[in-house]
Design a binder for this molecule. Structure first.
Ligand SMILES: *Cc1c(COP(=O)(O)O)cnc(C)c1O
Length: 832
């Protein structure tokens, strides 16, 4: 118990809870952590101190549940899913953990009685941004659903010292990257587990050795070792006792590494090598296709996979009932993209080199263990590693890849005798010129299931990317449409709407069963309900307007239409198509100041990979054009354009509840699924989008009349390319398009600086417009005009928005995870 000196003065704070109430007990817990853990006097505690103390108080409950969960799982020797991902975009954990444990109201009351502002305190948490975008956020949503649905699960990944960079904008609108030193002040959620440290070997050479029976038993020698130290983050299920783990590996140099260096070069050299050991987990790679430092990236992949597999094997054999015979019966591993695909080879290597398996026997266990999720069809995003690099870093693995490839090509020969083209396509090694290892082919060959992430994407995966593998392995390919966790993306992010839904449905059960939102449909046409629903939207817009004012210094009206595009900056996502439409509207207003358009606030949030110059040029163009529009008195404030800096999960949670319109305008065939589209629609934003990724399925769910679809579909895109696409034809044929492109290409927006937006301008014309921006421009503008018209009819818009929320149940990650559990993992829930 806190001493009298540290406790708040009785009677002074508002509504001090009765001594034995949950809030009073929790309050004492916060005070105890403030004093005993943080050594802080209440009077000098910062919001961050209060946040840490409160987080630790919640963590007490979470740890109890975590210990209980692991005890039940271990005692029952359960089958588990191990999720391998190089990225986890967790965001903040505070609110989520409070809701999961049912302590939200208790904590609020406790903090209020201590005179602390809950909202201010939760802002002290730095996002855990160990991912780039959708892929990493999917992993985080999956962990939430796995725990909530009581599936025994562990996430494995890397404990990056620096997550995705922090984004700022320079005075000229250019993106500036700052390091994200998220761990600087420590992380109250994590527990380091040095006792489970693993050793990982790199480099070295192969010694050709034969055993007593004349079997080839190669030895991997002269390797360098680094250590992996696990850091556990508990992932708490909502409204259930299950708490699973996210286990992240931090690299450390090993002692013998140091010693060898010490003997060679003395103290300074030893310290230098120690730094190399720690470099492996230093920084998350930005999603940058022209990345340098490929060797380090390959080392990261192997490092976390090797640590994780050893950890899985250690845990498996801890139970004397277990053996290699039941390994695949107890262990299911899901590969989140090809980033961890080297795991397939590492398990093969462990089985053959350390446990005496034949390749055929090892490969059987491997195939039964792994499954692979493909996230992209973009050729530049399909991972390949040069054979030379592999040979240097992982020589034994390269040998095994050749052995595995020989088997694979035998199967191809059996299926298509004499067909060398088929062999060339299926081979794990790309032979044209520079030899490369194809990680996607390796992942397909080593997995019993391969899934795409939306129906359309899986279709294209089978038809365009892997038709040969689909024929070779019938039934291996399947679809698992992505989802999002309703806990974070509605219940936590939009408390007002969450409360209204609970009131309307008469229970909060929808938080764990999102299909129940269908119950709102019958009220979609009800004027009173529409009013409540839209009043919440407006209140959320008022909140976002305050954020916009604070971050961008721009005043926006909550009565304008909030038109939102938030996602990584990439040409295929076509933020520049949005920009061209903004320019067109601005020009129309300049030419006709009385023009009657619905006032709009265009909200952007996006980071561009630091080496992706064109993407950064698009950001600058939006910032500069936006600043110009925002300060032009001639248009009467009808248009505002704001680019909120440092887009991340916690910012997404503030933008999404306030969105009226969701921009999902990728070139058809390029967005595998998207999940931002689901978050926005679930929160009552209407989608303007192409028939791409999960937009197709959102349209099926909400109905054609509740979504704005435009543009070329996948077949039309293919036909246009086949015919020969010339952006100049569209430029010449469309007066407005020509005008806005010329405008963008001029120095109108950057007086005295010529060619400021040449990168984006030229990519659309002389650059051939690879993502068909000009081809879709006119139909996009026409569709935006339909949005404008629909927004004027308040009742109609409200009904459409409500029906979006009501019909989005399918896109809960709970549904996705149940499908994985049933069709891929054969996994049963275990109640704790
Ligand atoms: C959901 C999410 C994404 C993915 O957005 P898409 O529109 O699907 O690309 C990216 N970043 C963050 C922070 C997210 O929350």
């Amino acid at each position: 118990m806190p001493s009298k000196a540290t406790a708040a003065k009785p009677g002074k704070s508002p509504g001090r809870p009765p001594a034995d109430s949950p809030a009073a007990i929790f309050r004492a817990l916060i005070q105890r952590h403030l004093v005993s853990t943080l050594a802080r006097h209440e009077g000098s505690a910062t919001p961050r101190d209060w946040w840490v103390a409160t987080a630790l108080a919640v963590r007490d409950t979470i740890h109890e549940r975590m210990i209980a969960t692991q005890a039940v799982h271990n005692a029952n020797n359960v089958r588990r899913i191990y999720y391998f991902s190089l990225e986890y975009l967790m965001g903040r954990l505070f609110g989520n953990n409070l809701l999961a444990t049912g302590l939200m109201d208790t904590a609020k009351a406790a903090l209020a009685s201590l005179g602390q502002d809950f909202e201010k305190i939760r802002e002290a948490e730095v996002d855990m941004g160990l991912g780039n975008g959708g892929l990493g956020r999917l992993a985080a949503c999956f962990l939430d659903s796995l725990a909530t649905l009581d599936y025994p699960a562990l996430g494995y990944g890397i404990y990056y010292e620096f997550g995705l960079f922090r984004q700022a904008f320079a005075a000229n609108g250019q993106q500036v990257e700052h390091p994200d030193n998220w761990i600087l002040f420590g992380d109250p959620w994590e527990v380091a587990r040095p006792e489970y440290t693993q050793e990982v070997r790199f480099y070295g050479r192969i010694e050709n050795v034969f055993d007593d029976h004349g079997n080839y038993r190669p030895r991997w020698v002269d390797t360098k070792t680094i250590l992996g130290v696990p850091h556990d983050i508990p992932t708490a299920g909502f409204g259930t006792g299950t708490v699973n783990l996210l286990r992240l590996w931090a690299s450390k140099s090993s002692e013998d590494f140091d010693l060898a260096a010490f003997n060679r070069g003395g103290y300074v050299e030893a310290v230098r090598e120690k730094a190399i050991g720690e470099t492996v987990s230093k920084v998350l790679y930005p999603n940058d296709k022209t990345e340098t430092g490929k060797e380090l990236r390959l080392m990261q992949q192997y490092f976390f996979v090797a640590c994780s597999l050893r950890d899985i094997i250690r845990r498996h054999f801890r139970n004397p009932a277990n053996s290699w015979k039941n390994f695949a019966g107890k262990v299911a591993v899901q590969l989140n993209d090809t980033h961890p695909a080297i795991a397939v080879v590492e398990l093969t290597r462990i089985l053959i080199d350390e446990h005496g398996f034949t390749l055929a026997a090892a490969w059987e266990i491997v195939g039964a263990t792994f499954a692979y999720t493909n996230h992209t069809l973009l050729p530049e995003a399909l991972e390949k590693w040069s054979v030379g690099l592999f040979e240097r870093v992982l020589p034994r693995h390269l040998q095994l890849i050749y052995d595995i490839n020989a088997q694979l090509l035998k199967a191809v020969e059996t299926k298509w005798p004499g067909d060398n083209e088929k062999k060339r396509i299926c081979s794990l090694i790309e032979e044209n010129g520079h030899k490369q290892v194809r990680m996607a082919n390796l992942a397909v060959a080593g997995s019993h299931a391969v899934n795409g992430v939306a129906a359309l994407h899986t279709d294209l995966l089978k038809k365009n990317l892997f038709p040969e593998f689909d024929a070779l392995y019938p039934g291996k390919f399947q679809n698992k449409t992505n989802g999002i966790t309703p806990r974070r993306w509605l219940h936590k992010a939009n408390p007002r709407l969450s409360a209204l839904i609970t009131k309307k449905l008469g229970s909060a059960a929808w938080v764990r069963g999102l299909d129940q939102l269908h119950g709102l449909e019958k009220s979609a046409g009800d004027a009173a309900f529409q009013k409540e629903f839209m009043a919440i939207k407006r209140a959320n817009k008022v909140d976002l307007a305050a954020v916009i004012k604070a971050e961008c210094g721009v005043d926006v009206s909550p009565d304008a239409l909030f038109d939102v595009q938030i996602k990584r900056l990439h040409e295929y996502k076509r933020q520049h198509l949005n920009l061209l439409h903004i320019l067109a509207l601005y020009r129309r207003l300049l030419q006709n100041p009385g023009l009657d358009i619905v006032p709009r606030v265009f909200v952007f949030g996006a980071k561009a990979a630091p080496g992706y110059d064109l993407a950064k040029n698009i950001i600058r163009a939006i910032n500069v054009v936006g600043a110009h529009i925002n300060t032009d008195p001639r248009i009467g404030g009808k248009l505002k354009v704001v680019f909120l800096p440092n887009y991340r999960v916690s910012l997404a949670e503030k933008i999404i509840p306030a969105a009226d319109l969701s921009e999902q305008i990728s070139t058809a065939g390029k967005e595998a699924s998207g999940t931002g589209n689901m978050k926005l629609s679930l929160n009552g934003a209407l989608t303007i989008g192409t028939l791409d990724g999960a937009n197709v399925e959102i349209k099926e769910e909400v109905g054609d009349e509740n979504i704005f679809i435009f543009g070329l579909n996948v077949d039309e895109v293919a036909a246009l390319w086949a015919k020969g696409y010339k952006p100049w034809d569209f430029y010449q044929a469309d007066e407005e398009l020509r005008a806005v492109l010329d405008w963008l290409g001029s120095d109108f927006f950057t007086p005295g600086e010529h060619g400021a937006f040449a990168l984006v301008h030229d990519s659309l014309l002389s650059g051939g417009d690879p993502y068909l921006v000009l081809a879709d421009f006119r139909r996009y503008c026409d569709c935006q005009a339909r949005v404008d018209a629909a927004y004027r009819d308040k009742a109609k818009w409200a009904k459409m928005a409500i029906l979006n929320t009501a019909r989005l149940g399918k896109f809960s990650s709970d549904r996705t995870i149940r499908e994985y559990a049933k069709d891929i993992w054969s996994l049963k829930p275990v109640k704790v």
